[in-house]
Design a protein around this ligand. Sequence first.
Ligand SMILES: *Cc1c(COP(=O)(O)O)cnc(C)c1O
Length: 219
Amino acid sequence: MSIKDNLSAIRTTLPAHVTLVAVSKFHPAERIEQAYAAGQRTFGESRVQELTTKQSVLPTDIEWHMIGHLQTNKVRAIAPFVALIQSVDSARLTECIDREAARCGRVIDCLMEIHVAQEESKSGWAFDELVRYLHSEAFAALHNIRIRGVMGMATNTDDKQIVREDFEHLARCFRELAPLFDEHFDTLSMGMSDDYPLAVECGSTMVRVGSSIFGTREY
Ligand SMILES: *Cc1c(COP(=O)(O)O)cnc(C)c1O
């Protein structure tokens, strides 16, 4: 199937309130152009160098999401154009994004990445640490970031029950944080190629789908 066919097959299964982020990491710009021609405008990348290179050659109405681990020394390169940073996982990174956004005269939309999976290797906030930070004076002093919601990944397992529990856990975190923010706190980003239908069942409003659109990646 073509990228266009893959996209329409996925779109027909998604409720209208769910945003599809096409994860284009490791795929060349030409493949992104095919998705763009099929109407896709939101793309996710996991590495800063790749993101900035693609952004510089592709149409300017693409909304670029950063979905991978972000080092503070790389924030400046994406701050002028990034539409959503989904992978904010520390106070230091939050404050760096705020500073770089101010430098560009922007307010940058962000998601807080929460660690729920059983693998230690995955990044993200421990929920209680995040809650503590969101109540801190340091966080209250930031004016150039807008927290739109949370992002997370389920445990990498074939056991659907564990995946469901991880998604329900993320949905609970999302609901518990919502009262701290205004109506712009509306995004629960969870679900990838293998598990997005289950994520949507559990309340996802944003799915990040790569291989089901573009095929398998060659690393
Ligand atoms: C690569 C990646 C995805 C997409 O994964 P697929 O299995 O190819 O759909 C989603 N989210 C994050 C954070 C990723 O790094």
